[in-house]
Design a protein around this ligand. Structure first.
Ligand code: GLN
Length: 194
């Protein structure tokens, strides 16, 4: 069984762990470098990216995470996790850093105001039918996609809300909150190929 980590510094770790367990993975919360060394794939959960960033630095996890990403570890990031995977961040809090890996510019809390949270259905060819039920909670969007990254999901107005680059997947929304297992299955598939 694949050993999959969920970065467990802050955020909706348990929901991701449940999806991964349902898919047959062995799930390990990742808080320390030795936890990361024991897994062959990783989820960066939803939560608050600035807090996860701070805790990652405080726990000496920033460099190990960047090294794992650079070495090709498959990673799925949802919402705050997408922010953490972005090479470039707009509207971060002062001093906020990302781990990087995805050649994109992400804008934090992009929906603001009364539409902060909403649900919609998205057609995502990478996961096929049926459409994806997607929940957006103070969600980021992808403002700019560099040449190395590929768009996998858009809102009807064209806003980019899902990207893939090699073994990295970043989503603005939360499949783990909607019993949507197909993105985690893509993660497990890349672990199998790695
Ligand atoms: N707004 C949060 C952030 O900046 C992300 C919200 C979420 O993960 N649901 O990290």
């Amino acid at each position: 069984r694949p050993q999959i980590g969920v970065l467990a510094l802050q955020g909706d770790v348990r929901e991701h762990a449940r999806v991964l367990t349902d898919l047959g993975a062995d799930v390990r919360p990742v808080r320390r470098p030795e936890d990361l060394a024991a897994v062959s794939g990783l989820v960066l959960p939803g939560g608050e990216s600035s807090v996860i960033d701070k805790l990652a630095r405080a726990f000496d996890m920033r460099e190990p995470l960047q090294a794992a990403i650079a070495e090709g570890m498959p990673v799925l990031g949802t919402c705050a996790g997408l922010i953490l995977l972005a090479d470039r961040l707009v509207d971060g809090i002062a001093g906020q850093q990302t781990f990087g890996g995805l050649d994109v510019t992400v804008r934090r809390n992009a929906f603001g105001g009364q539409t902060e949270s909403f649900e919609t259905e998205l057609d995502v060819p990478a996961v096929g039918e049926p459409p994806v039920r997607a929940t957006f909670i103070r969600a980021p969007v992808v403002d700019d996609v560099g040449p190395s990254a590929e768009v996998i999901a858009r809102l009807p107005d064209g806003t980019v809300v899902g990207v893939r680059q090699g073994r990295l997947i970043g989503l603005s929304f939360h499949p783990e909150l909607d019993d949507e297992t197909r993105f985690h299955a893509l993660l497990l598939a890349s672990v199998g190929d790695a």
